[in-house]
Ligand binder design. Structure first.
Ligand code: ZN
Length: 286
């Protein structure tokens, strides 16, 4: 699949609605167009309307039907560029910056980033996490609703990170970091586990129920014990906290999970940057 490495190329590749539709068709239906409703193959193409009609259920659909791009007043060239920018900004990109780059209103930019994050989440949450797993928690600074005098009020939010070493990362906002809450998330997200590593907090001792568990005692300056460490997640925390300050400035507690999903997507695929763009398109059906 074609890799678009620079913004100049992206602007050229996605300069018209038709070029964007062609790209999206290749990603969405790599083995031929199929009806999004019933899955039937070989629908009839209605040339003048640039739509297909399913021979089985008669549903008429376009390339954007049932995707995050559907029923919006935003043209596909702008959508493609927004996806490209979000995937190719290593530290993330604010809605304000998207607004400037695409010449849209802030409200539109916010709406676009919100929908694109949904596709990113879809990718990160598709399968259960397997193999060598790291679990760690952190407190992240999010903004509340603000005080009557207009000052932004910050609060610490509990976040749990679960990562496949060398694979996917997932992050979750939690009301509290009690064993019961953490265990619920772990049970829903782990598949076949080889090893689980965490720090030595007693609330994480239950991890042994899910596989061979080893911990490192951060309180005693113990960070690596052979293969046992949580460096993947520790590294993710520090990058995310830096992005919160440097790129997003303040993220409200209400939207924190969405920003975590976007970060987790970018971090999970950091070694294969050029495929991120097509991964978002491949997960655009939501
Ligand atoms: Zn159909």
């Amino acid at each position: 699949m074609q890799k678009i490495k620079s913004l100049v190329t992206a602007r050229k590749e996605f300069s018209t609605q038709i070029k964007c539709e062609e790209h999206l068709i290749r990603i969405r239906w790599p083995i031929g167009v199929a009806c999004p409703r019933c899955g039937a193959k070989h629908p009839a193409y209605l040339q003048s309307r640039r739509k297909w009609q399913c021979n089985a259920c008669r549903y008429q659909f376009s390339v954007t039907s049932g995707t995050i791009f559907h029923k919006t007043h935003i043209d596909l060239p702008r959508w493609m560029l927004a996806v490209w920018l979000m995937c190719h900004s290593p530290k993330g990109i604010s809605s304000k910056q998207i607004q400037r780059e695409l010449g849209v209103t802030y409200k539109t930019a916010w709406y676009m980033t919100k929908r694109i994050r949904k596709a990113m989440r879809h990718d990160v949450f598709e399968d259960l996490l397997c193999g060598i797993i790291e679990v760690d928690d952190a407190v992240v600074r999010a903004s509340g609703d603000g005080t009557p005098s207009g000052h932004v009020k910050f609060e610490g939010k509990n976040v749990l990170g679960v990562a496949e070493r060398g694979g996917l990362l997932r992050m979750f906002t939690l009301e509290d970091l009690k064993t019961k809450s953490i265990k619920r998330v772990i049970a829903q997200n782990l598949g076949e586990v080889q090893e689980i590593y965490s720090d030595a907090a007693s609330r994480l001792f239950f991890l042994a129920e899910f596989g061979s568990h080893q911990s490192v005692a951060h309180t005693y300056d113990e960070y690596v014990l052979g293969e046992a460490h949580v460096n993947t997640i520790e590294n993710a925390w520090s990058l995310f906290k830096r992005a919160l300050i440097g790129v997003y400035h303040h993220v409200s507690a209400k939207w924190l999970q969405e920003y975590l999903d976007e970060f987790a997507f970018r971090y999970s695929h950091r070694r294969e940057k050029s495929t991120m763009f097509n991964l978002v398109l491949a997960n655009c059906e939501c």
